[in-house]
Design a protein around this ligand. Structure first.
Ligand SMILES: [Ca+2]
Length: 115
């Protein structure tokens, strides 16, 4: 009985925890970065208090980074630097989304870069 209660609590905690990582979905592959917007970006996904990062690809599509990966997070600053390097060096980028809120590929939380 007690074990069942604890298992139930663990499940409830897991379900209530925001940002549970799901299997990653590839949102684009081997594209070039053509534009990066940072700061108070006035685009539909939100400005994140001035910490937003959006980038545009050579197919014309624009993606935001996940809110947990914007300029107010060290990992977001690293992703921004990675995007900058990819744009200036014309590297190919592939993007993934591991968080399903609002649908997959609504934002990007992993970037793969290769020459
Ligand atoms: Ca997402």
């Amino acid at each position: 009985m007690k074990k069942t209660f604890m298992q139930g609590m663990a499940l409830a905690c897991a379900l209530a925890t925001p940002g549970i990582a799901l299997a990653g979905m590839e949102c684009f592959r081997d594209r070039k970065v053509t534009q990066i917007n940072i700061g108070y970006v006035d685009l539909p996904f939100g400005a994140d208090g001035g910490d937003a990062v959006y980038f545009t690809l050579d197919n014309g599509k624009t993606y935001p980074l996940n809110n947990g990966f914007n300029l107010d997070w060290p990992r977001g600053q690293a992703l921004h630097r990675t995007l900058l390097a990819a744009m200036t060096q014309r590297f190919k980028v592939t993007g993934y989304d591991h968080y399903g809120y609002g649908g997959t590929c609504d934002d990007i939380d992993e970037i793969l870069v290769k020459p």
